[in-house]
Write a protein that binds this ligand. Structure first.
Ligand SMILES: *[C@@H]1O[C@H](CO)[C@@H](O)[C@H](O)[C@H]1NC(C)=O
Ligand SMILES: *[C@@H]1O[C@H](CO)[C@@H](O)[C@H](O)[C@H]1NC(C)=O
Ligand SMILES: *[C@@H]1O[C@H](CO)[C@@H](O)[C@H](O)[C@H]1NC(C)=O
Length: 434
């Protein structure tokens, strides 16, 4: 603090006696002020003192007010320097992690920002004023899941630490609640009377045709990323590798603006309609940027822009699909994946899901269960672990998350609604599967 000129009351030999006299009741000065000079001296000198209650009060600068506050003359400011007291009484700083912060300064405590504020009724007092949001990473989830009886394990992801749950729900997901029209999407039924394998993985059956896991970043674009990767996979599979391409989620993010909110989220029916009517570009010519950028193509002009190299010489148009259809049953979903490749599923995500590390996910009671959001994911297969059936699903949070970017979730029980809205589609390939 700035108060360097201070008075020390030197109590000589009998300190305790002096303190007895020199209590808070000592009347205000002038003491040093009577010396007739306005200056304080720089060092302790008898000539620079004033007698007070039969002992000496030095009018010098070496009194450390923070430590020996009570030794200072109470009238120091006015008398020794001839100035009026500062408008604000000297405030203590706020403290956090053994560091001091003056009023106005901000620190992050967990995921919440705190500001050191002076209390309005007591200006000499300060305290932290903090945001009160639920953080994305929860000790309750990590300990509850890892020391409980769950069939999956939880991790503390550094990317999520210090973030708020509400931001995770908004910017790591991004699928808007399904509209009435979306729910009316035509459903497809196979009802095949066949024996299904216990395990199936598109990445094994169609090696090299399956898109990598993408990191959507802090952008609510799961709808764009999942749809673009499902369509890419299906182009490669249906064309038997002739049109093995990675399609651009950025096309949806930047160009599918009607009814859509970019990184604040999207409707899946509007997105599927865009792919059907306008088509996607190749990711090479319009790479993902995790933000809305300028759309490089005109609406309804379905030819490939000149800066995009076509995947096959015959291709002149953007990459489109037929009408999307809804799969409603576990076995129909399995049949469709086995025949045509990954599908687009929509699930409900709660706080615990963000912590998934491995195992078969089922939503638990740990953590916050108020905030939730819808998430678009890509189912690429299924498996079974000692009778525990699961789907193999690609997330869009990068490869550091989960099992190399994937997760397993209970199958056949509509866990987190994963079986409630599954979309299949056929890609408009130039060369159909031979
Ligand atoms: C004043 O006292 C405080 C607390 O004991 C100490 O940290 C500080 O270094 C002292 N200042 C001087 C100038 O001695
Ligand atoms: C998570 O990791 C961060 C460091 O990245 C650590 O400060 C925090 O205490 C951890 N949280 C839990 C609940 O383990
Ligand atoms: C599956 O779960 C979702 C939400 O969790 C629910 O809305 C839907 O009705 C369920 N579907 C079936 C077929 O039970």
């Amino acid at each position: 603090m700035t108060n360097t000129l201070n008075l020390l009351l030197l109590v000589g030999a009998s300190m305790s006696v002096a303190i007895g006299y020199w209590g808070p009741d000592l009347p205000p000065g002038p003491y040093c002020g009577k010396r007739g000079t306005r200056q304080c001296c720089n060092d302790r000198q008898d000539s620079c003192s004033h007698e007070i209650l039969s002992t000496l009060c030095y009018c010098d600068q070496f009194c450390n007010r923070s430590r020996v506050h009570d030794d200072c003359c109470p009238d120091y400011e006015e008398v020794c320097l001839g100035i009026s007291p500062p408008p604000n009484p000297i405030t203590k700083p706020c403290r956090y992690n053994n560091k001091f912060y003056p009023p106005g300064e901000k620190v992050k405590q967990g995921c919440n920002e705190c500001e050191c504020v002076i209390q309005s009724d007591r200006p000499e007092e300060v305290q932290w004023s903090c945001e009160q949001d639920v953080c994305l990473i929860s000790e309750d989830v990590i300990n509850g899941v890892n020391y409980g009886n769950e069939k999956w394990r939880a991790a503390n992801y550094s990317e999520f630490y210090g973030k708020k749950l509400k931001d995770g729900i908004k910017y790591k997901l991004g699928t808007f609640p399904l509209t009435v029209e979306t729910k009316r999407m035509g459903s497809i039924r196979y009802d095949k009377n066949i024996v299904y394998p216990n395990e199936f993985d598109c990445r094994t059956k169609w090696r090299d045709y399956i898109s990598p896991v993408i990191d959507q970043g802090w952008c609510g674009s799961d709808w764009a990323v999942t749809i673009a990767t499902v369509v890419s996979d299906r182009f490669a599979i249906q064309s038997n590798g002739m049109e093995k391409i990675l399609l651009s989620p950025q096309t949806l993010l930047s160009c599918n603006r009607r009814y859509q909110r970019g990184c604040d989220g999207g409707h899946i029916d509007a997105a599927w309609n865009y792919v059907r009517e306008d088509g996607l570009l190749d990711d090479n010519c319009f790479p993902y940027e995790a933000k809305v950028t300028k759309c490089p193509v005109k609406p309804k002009s379905d030819n490939l822009p000149i800066f995009c190299t076509p995947s096959v010489p015959e291709r002149t148009t953007r990459y489109k699909v037929g009408p999307p259809g809804k799969l409603k049953k576990e076995l129909d979903i399995m049949y469709d994946i086995m025949e045509s490749g990954p599908v687009h599923a929509v699930m409900t995500v709660y706080q615990d899901f963000f912590h998934y590390r491995d195992g078969v996910y089922r939503h638990t009671r740990y953590g916050d269960n108020q905030l939730q959001g819808l998430h678009s994911v890509r189912i690429v297969g299924w498996g079974e672990n000692r009778g525990d059936k699961y789907w193999i699903v690609a997330n869009s949070w990068g490869r550091e998350w989960g099992i190399d970017g994937y997760f397993h979730i209970a199958r056949g029980e509509n866990e987190s609604g994963i079986e409630s809205f599954v979309v299949t589609v056929l890609s408009d390939v130039i060369n159909a599967k031979k």
